[in-house]
Ligand binder design. Structure first.
Ligand code: TZP
Ligand code: MG
Length: 220
């Protein structure tokens, strides 16, 4: 696996930027470059929603974003689309509970990072048993980005996981911005996953830098 070391992965997950072209206020390439300049540590390509690119156009954008990540040693993860992740030799994939089973994905992508969205302690335990490298917990706060989410759950599950001996890396997701990220890290998450706060910012660089500052401060 490229980043098997749990401690290293926890560091890499600190400021986890997720986006696709429908999320961006400006050009996705520029948005990613600015976000990287601000200090993001991990990137997920999630091409979903109204106007999302498909087929060759999607592959082309993914490949361009991947190259930028590669130039800056930022892991490049693909949301859901396992075939695309394999084709591009991405660093990993992020899947949900309704996507292809983790066991199957692991077989298709040995040695890659696999993240799974989880909403209950049971799902977290199953994720660990089946070999997930990290779990995404949310929505922590209300979000307008994903309409089919489970109910907002605050930081309860993150706290619950951290009250056990389970050491799996955790990222919080949903409605996170520089003003509330501290709460997510304080509850025990290793990182924050963000779409809107960075992708719709006038300055993705500035917002990424603010988020990085908060996370580093609270991770001490
Ligand atoms: N999964 C749970 S909430 C969410 C996803 C993909 C959307 C997060 O987006 P935002 O804009 O950071 O609230
Ligand atoms: Mg999914």
């Amino acid at each position: 696996m490229p980043y098997t070391n749990e401690k290293k992965l926890k560091e890499l997950l600190q400021v986890y930027f997720i986006m696709g072209s429908p999320n961006c206020l400006k050009d996705p390439i520029l948005t990613l470059e600015e976000a990287i300049a601000g200090g993001i540590t991990f990137f997920q390509f999630r091409e979903k929603g109204t106007g999302a690119l498909k087929g060759e156009e999607k592959t082309k954008l993914a490949s361009e974003l991947q190259e930028i990540c590669r130039d800056h040693s930022i892991p490049f993860i693909v949301n859901d689309d396992i075939e695309l992740a394999i084709k591009l030799e991405a660093d990993g994939v992020h899947i949900g509970q309704d996507d292809e089973a983790l066991r199957v994905v692991r077989e298709k992508m040995p040695g890659k990072i696999i993240g799974l969205s989880a909403h209950t302690m049971e799902e977290v335990k199953t994720a660990i048993r089946e070999g997930a490298d990290y779990v995404g917990i949310g929505p922590i706060f209300p979000t307008l980005t994903k309409t089919d989410t489970k109910p907002v759950q605050g930081t309860k599950l993150v706290e619950e996981i951290r009250s056990t001996s389970l050491s799996i890396p955790i990222v919080g997701i949903g409605g996170i911005h520089a003003g509330n990220a501290a709460k997510v890290i304080e509850s025990g998450a290793d990182g924050v996953s963000i779409i809107t706060a960075i992708s719709q910012a006038v300055s993705p660089k500035e917002v990424a830098a603010q988020l990085k500052k908060v996370v580093l401060e609270k991770s001490k």
